[in-house]
Design a protein around this ligand. Structure first.
Ligand SMILES: Nc1nc2c(ncn2[C@@H]2O[C@H](COP(=O)(O)OP(=O)(O)OP(=O)(O)O)[C@@H](O)[C@H]2O)c(=O)[nH]1
Ligand SMILES: [Mg+2]
Ligand SMILES: [Zn+2]
Length: 347
């Protein structure tokens, strides 16, 4: 976060949040936006001051949600303890990496998502389709930002490949280090609008932030020569006020974006495949041997591609599995709670 104190309006305090806050009808609460999250703590800004909050144990006090960058919290004016996460206008979330089955909120109250990818071996259509599905599920605008156009003669080729991914998705090829080159993104940087950048490590998210911000403040790191992989330079999630008044969120590079509860998003991202499936004679068609299979016919007619079909089926299966695992875990947890209260009653 920048040194200067920003007002709530400058931090993106919009009418919908104000209305919710007023409905609380409390003089004891004040709003604050989460401007940074890092292992074990959050930074929030109230418009008057910035506060560091420690996350004790599994969460903060009795908050209704796990807060993330971009969230609006209602804080107790006296104690400065957060008591509520305001309902979000949008939430980007994924399955948390690691062994534990749980969800991880990435960023909240986003207007536009920049899906950041590079014109090098990091570029991957299947991966970009994951991000598109996530954005569609969350109901946010999205733009594909292809960086490092200055390092290749093939930038147009990368762009062309991505052109077919989603009708109407803007695709911007840039040199993230060059202020003139990033000018083309200005139309998304409106005052009070929140933009989040997601992408693999090393694609140039922080570089873009610095260029738009006109500083070299945030740390960037060179990628590996052999395979273009980044070194996970950014380790916090942070929200920054841009000179235009927009709010730009930078997050650590994503190793794996495992989707959860994303069926509508995936269906919209692969609408031509859903249309083909609707033509199958049997509703549980596996698209292998059944007669009257719309999907096989669409493949033969080249109205769908095998690559997209396979990615669609993979994402659907993954989202279904993850959704079931999260539901199962929630059931177990509530079971445990019940047991506990029964024991307690006996005493
Ligand atoms: N030539 C060129 N280099 C770029 C461009 N964008 C980023 N870089 C370089 O790529 C490297 C990685 O950039 P970062 O901004 O640290 O990447 P990041 O996406 O923030 O990476 P993580 O923080 O690890 O997720 C740095 O050496 C940047 O200077 C670009 O458009 N052109
Ligand atoms: Mg970074
Ligand atoms: Zn079929």
């Amino acid at each position: 976060m920048n040194q200067k104190q920003y007002s709530l309006t400058e931090l993106g305090w919009k009418k919908s949040f104000k209305d919710q806050f007023e409905a609380e009808n409390s003089t004891e609460l004040i709003p604050a936006r989460v401007t940074m999250t890092h292992k074990g703590h959050l930074v929030v800004s109230t418009g008057e001051s910035e506060l560091l909050l420690k996350i004790a144990g599994k969460g903060i006090g009795s908050l209704n949600e796990q807060p993330t960058v971009g969230d609006w919290l209602l804080m107790d004016r006296e104690t400065m303890v957060p008591v509520k996460v305001l309902p979000r206008t949008s939430l980007l979330q994924r399955m948390a990496p690691g062994q534990e089955v749980k969800l991880q909120p990435i960023a909240a109250n986003i207007d536009t998502l920049f899906i950041v990818s590079s014109c090098n071996s990091e570029f991957n259509l299947n991966r970009i389709e994951r991000y598109i599905s996530l954005a569609l599920e969350a109901g946010v605008n999205f733009v594909l930002v292809l960086t490092k156009e200055d390092l290749t003669a093939e930038a147009l080729e990368y762009r062309k490949q991505a052109d077919h991914l989603f009708d109407g998705m803007p695709i911007m090829t840039i040199n993230g280090k060059d202020p003139q080159s990033v000018e083309c993104l200005q139309k998304w940087f409106k005052p009070g609008e929140t933009i989040a950048m997601l992408g693999s490590s090393g694609v140039g998210k922080t570089t873009l932030l610095n260029t738009v911000n006109g500083t070299e403040k945030e740390k960037t790191g060179a990628i590996r020569q052999g395979d273009d992989k980044g070194r996970h330079t950014t380790t916090t999630r942070s929200l920054h006020v841009m000179p235009t008044g927009a709010l730009l969120i930078d997050v650590p590079g994503i190793r794996e974006l495992q989707l959860h509860d994303c069926h509508a998003g995936i269906d919209r991202a692969f609408s031509e495949i859903v249309e083909a499936e609707e033509m199958c004679r049997f509703s549980d068609c596996s698209h292998e041997r059944e007669p009257g299979c719309g999907v096989r016919e669409a493949l033969e007619n080249n109205t769908i591609t095998r690559r997209r079909l396979e990615n669609y089926l993979k994402l659907k299966e993954e989202a279904e599995k993850n959704t079931a695992e999260i539901a199962e875990r929630a059931k177990k947890k509530s079971g445990k709670k019940k047991k506990y209260s029964r024991k307690w009653k006996k005493k």
